[in-house]
Write a protein of this length. Structure first.
Length: 113
């Protein structure tokens, strides 16, 4: 059973930075594509960024150039570095193990204007 535990999140002013981390267990992490998704109030959950086992990355257009996804296979961790944050980035951010479909519990990111 895949288990994902997120950390980071909180309140930051517009233009600031924040880092989210997700630690996985119960799978062969190094072989899995991992992703970060977010859900704002009243909106559907959307993909933010994904990273394959070979560290190929994909980003939503809205975060390109501002967010960076990375992974540390030795620590079974995937990280989302968020820079130049905007109020519209406010959402609950979720980590996902794509092969299993498992989700983390989510962490709130709030960007004040």
């Amino acid at each position: 059973q895949v288990r994902l535990v997120e950390s980071g999140g909180g309140l930051v002013q517009a233009g600031g930075s924040m880092r989210l981390s997700c630690t996985a267990s119960g799978s062969i992490f190094s072989r899995n594509t991992m992703g970060w998704y977010r859900q704002a109030p009243g909106k559907t959950r959307e993909m933010v960024a994904t990273i394959t086992s070979g560290s190929s990355t994909n980003y939503a257009d809205s975060v390109k150039g501002r967010f960076t996804i990375s992974r540390d296979n030795a620590k079974s961790t995937v990280t989302l570095q968020m820079n130049s944050l905007k109020p519209e980035d406010t959402a609950v951010y979720y980590c996902k193990n794509l092969p299993s479909g498992a989700w983390g519990q989510g962490t709130q990111v709030t960007v004040s204007s």
